[in-house]
Design a protein around this ligand. Structure first.
Ligand code: NAD
Length: 255
């Protein structure tokens, strides 16, 4: 089977040509960028919403501010579990974005992911709008804690300075996004010529609303499932982004 449905093959060629010509590309992605690395997303058919689980609550609850308050020990252990499950290899999409950056074509990556795989792959200009799992800190006094120390613990990790619970630098459901990161992401999207959006259901706000700031004519969408923005995209490709992105980038090896 081809990379995309037959009806989209011409689109694939057109998008390759756009990438070849553009040196002001921004990529905006979500959990689908990391599924080929083995990290499940939320909403696709193999996503956490569709998997059998022993956990009594829906996946979003475990990433919520509410859970961090209801069960601080469970929340800290869940953070450790997630961190371990993110120690995987970057996908073909992550690698393709590194290539684009090295060729001076990619201005920035805006990601909703917290898994740190863009950094691990070697990308540099990254706006992590939902934060990351690399940095640990006390939300009360701001004291930073070494990741290894937090990971070695069990249950809640009291801040050595003030005793409040240390946490990862992740934006939980029910919390506001970091305004500096959000503004940087917004500017990058506003100023780019070509916007590639991929691996996101585009239903988690306010992050999904960032693409409303794009003013160019080349909105390219790559996703397995249809999204609410498909009609607005100039080009929509439906297939595996971990294979499509390398194929698109291989078409732009001009130098
Ligand atoms: P989502 O689960 O709502 O949507 C993922 C989308 O990606 C789906 O529409 C699916 O069709 C598509 N997809 C999955 N694998 C794909 C592939 N290989 N190729 C092409 N498309 C693919 O995820 P979201 O829109 O990012 O929103 C969920 C929220 O949860 C976000 O904040 C996200 O960052 C967070 N989350 C993060 C991780 C992570 O850091 N890896 C994992 C799960 C959820």
């Amino acid at each position: 089977m081809g990379l995309v449905p037959q009806a989209e093959e011409r689109t694939l060629e057109e998008v390759k040509a756009i990438i070849e010509d553009s040196d002001q590309i921004v990529f905006f992605g979500g959990a689908g960028v990391s599924t080929a690395s083995g990290i499940p997303d939320f909403r696709s058919k193999n996503g956490l919403y569709n998997q059998k689980s022993d956990r009594p609550y829906p996946p979003e609850y475990y990433f919520s501010h509410e859970f961090s308050i209801d069960d601080p020990d469970g929340f800290a252990d869940f953070t450790r579990e997630c961190y371990q499950s993110y120690q995987v290899e970057p996908s073909g999409c992550h690698q393709a974005l590194v290539d684009l950056e090295q060729r001076g074509k990619l201005q920035a990556i805006v990601t909703q992911n917290i898994d740190g795989l863009h950094q691990r792959a070697g990308s540099h200009n990254i706006y992590e709008v939902h934060g990351n799992m690399r940095d640990f800190y006390c939300p009360h006094c701001g004291h930073r804690v070494a990741r290894e120390d937090f990971l070695a613990g069990r249950g809640r990790y009291p801040c050595p300075k003030c005793g409040h619970n240390v946490r990862a630098n992740v934006v939980l459901y029910g919390e506001t996004l970091d305004q500096g990161v959000l503004y940087g992401a917004l500017r990058a999207i506003q100023d780019c010529r070509t916007l590639i959006v991929g691996g996101s259901s585009l239903v988690v706000y306010p992050a999904a609303g960032l693409i409303d700031y794009y003013r160019g004519k080349e909105l390219i969408l790559i996703n397995y499932d249809p999204t609410p923005q498909d009609r607005r995209a100039n080009y929509a490709l439906h297939g595996d982004i971990s294979k499509i992105m390398p194929a698109l980038v291989a078409g732009s090896e001009r130098g």
